[in-house]
Design a protein around this ligand. Structure first.
Ligand SMILES: C[S@@+](CC[C@H](N)C(=O)[O-])C[C@H]1O[C@@H](n2cnc3c(N)ncnc32)[C@H](O)[C@@H]1O
Length: 256
């Protein structure tokens, strides 16, 4: 906690100085809100805060607001399947499965190139295990996509979450391979587009400036008019997935 009194009355300014650059915006403005959210993204990444939370005992590598938004989305859609590329410890899979459990339907298919033994054991013995299926393979192998496709075949509502390798090329491939599985009205969620905004932090990598999921999202949206970003799910401003909640429009809604 900041242990000095934060006085910020009407008219207060936020001033960010970096080398020759100086930005000044009113604290109580849309720009002020966006600047603070952007800075929080940089600071929370620098201090690795997304590695702190757990969900029902399992580490979940997410920004808290995104977890809340995923809960809203899953509760609203009541999907039959949520395909998650990039499982890690499995905290998100457990989280999504727990919302499915309360909704009374739905399963999560977690795909990861490496499912460590201790994670597999923890997930197998977890109270949500009956709603989670694992596939240990690269998400971009055609055989992996075929296996996922086989499992979700015939389902009314399928959601896909991409949260594996965050390079532009990898996400581009995943988008091409997995978008077909998303049923009309459902969502393709692309995590970590915020990599584009953290290349400059002390622990960031300069190559992230041009190599990030947002670039893949923009290219994908240019070619796939049937998908559009839904800002409703990034309305908390602090998010790891700017423009990452992509809704598949039902056929009648798509204009040429
Ligand atoms: C950011 S973590 C996923 C975090 C997880 N979704 C969560 O919310 O806790 C990225 C994961 O992607 C996996 N990964 C990397 N490349 C992959 C690939 N080609 N196919 C599938 N998974 C991959 C890594 O092994 C790692 O576990």
């Amino acid at each position: 906690m900041y242990n000095r009194e934060l006085v910020a009355k009407k008219g207060a300014q936020l001033i960010l100085e970096c080398g020759e650059q100086r930005h000044s915006v009113p604290v109580y403005s849309q720009e002020g809100l966006e600047m603070v959210a952007g800075l929080w993204t940089k600071l929370s990444t620098q201090y690795r805060l997304m590695y702190e939370p757990t969900w029902m005992g399992i580490p979940i590598i997410q920004t808290p607001g995104d977890v809340l938004m995923m809960q809203e989305l899953i509760w609203r859609l009541r999907p039959d399947f949520i395909v998650e590329c990039g499982l890690a410890h499995g905290g998100s899979a457990v989280c999504y499965a727990s919302v499915c459990e309360l909704a009374g339907k739905g399963r999560v298919i977690g795909v990861d190139v490496e499912v460590r033994q201790y994670n597999r054991v923890a997930l197998r013995s977890h109270p949500m295990a009956h709603r989670i299926e694992l596939i240990e393979a690269s998400s971009v192998e055609l055989s992996t996509v075929a296996e996922v496709e086989r499992r979700v075949a015939g389902s009314k509502t399928v959601m896909v979450v991409l949260d594996s390798n965050h390079s532009h090329q990898h996400v581009r491939k995943e988008l091409e391979l997995y978008h077909r599985l998303v049923t009309p009205g459902s969502y393709l969620v692309v995590m970590d587009g915020a990599q584009a905004h953290v290349w400059d932090i002390p622990s960031g990598k300069p190559e992230w400036k041009d190599d990030h999921p947002l670039k893949a999202i923009r290219e994908f949206l240019d070619e796939h008019r049937e998908f559009c970003p839904d800002d409703y799910y990034t309305r908390l401003h602090v998010t790891s997935c700017p423009d990452g909640f992509l809704r598949r429009r039902p056929a009648g809604e798509v204009s040429s």
